[in-house]
Ligand binder design. Structure first.
Ligand code: GRF
Length: 220
């Protein structure tokens, strides 16, 4: 069966991109990464894509005006790049830009994001510090469909990790990141194969096998 063509959007380090590239190298993985786009020319993840032989693009947000008009122009350029490349799914992987509602609507049910918390708790930035300060005992990560509200779209899968005594934001982030690298490829595979999809009511439907692939628990 033809593999689903996936574009990955990044802004920085690209470790999640790497996990997707590595997973997609397996012959039976249902998706192929055909394009990596960064809004920052210096993003280290671009080199990971080049090493894997994947086409890259840079759409530097600083070249677009500020305010609503600049944002719309940036998103229009991004949308054209993705469509010209024949992308069928888009994965945000550390992509640090808010996307306009029009762009999000155009990719409804076909755009995923990964976030380092168990959503809907701890949306936004600086989540590891905030989780430690809140004293949570279970942290984790979430892969979700992107909706126009940040970090609020329908959840595809989650992985849980413990918060351990003595954790600081860096140690917790590292423990969560290890799980991100398993969860994102697992969830991409579910969506690319059609085992998980965005239903009409805005809820993700999974069969039993898919549900277990999308729910990872990691004891201390
Ligand atoms: C990850 O923690 C991801 O959950 C968040 O941004 C970080 C990106 O890291 N959205 P990387 O660039 O994939 O290494």
């Amino acid at each position: 069966m033809a593999k689903t063509k996936v574009a990955v959007l990044i802004s920085g380090r690209g470790s999640n991109l790497q996990s997707l590239l590595d997973a997609a190298a397996a012959p039976d993985f249902p998706a192929e990464i055909t394009l990596v786009v960064s809004n920052r020319p210096e993003a280290a993840g671009l080199e990971r894509a080049r090493k894997a032989g994947v086409a890259t693009g840079v759409i530097d947000h600083r070249q677009y005006g500020k305010g609503e008009e600049g944002r719309a122009a940036f998103d229009a350029a991004l949308d054209k790049t993705l469509r010209d490349a024949g992308a069928e799914l888009v994965c945000l992987a550390g992509f640090m830009r808010l996307l306009t509602p029009g762009f999000v609507e155009g990719w409804r049910g076909r755009m995923l994001n990964i976030h380092p918390s168990l959503l809907p708790s701890f949306k936004g930035l600086d989540v590891h510090r905030r989780m430690i300060e809140a004293g949570v005992k279970i942290a984790g990560c979430t892969v979700h469909f992107v909706s126009s509200e940040m970090d609020a779209g329908p959840i595809v899968g989650q992985a849980a990790v413990p918060v351990l005594p003595g954790d600081n934001p860096d140690t917790l982030a590292a423990r969560i990141l290890t799980e991100e690298h398993k969860l994102y490829p697992a969830c991409l595979a579910l969506v690319a194969s059609g085992e998980a999809s965005l239903g009409a009511g805005g809820v993700v439907t999974l069969d039993k096998a898919a549900a277990s692939a999308a729910s990872l628990r990691n004891p201390a």
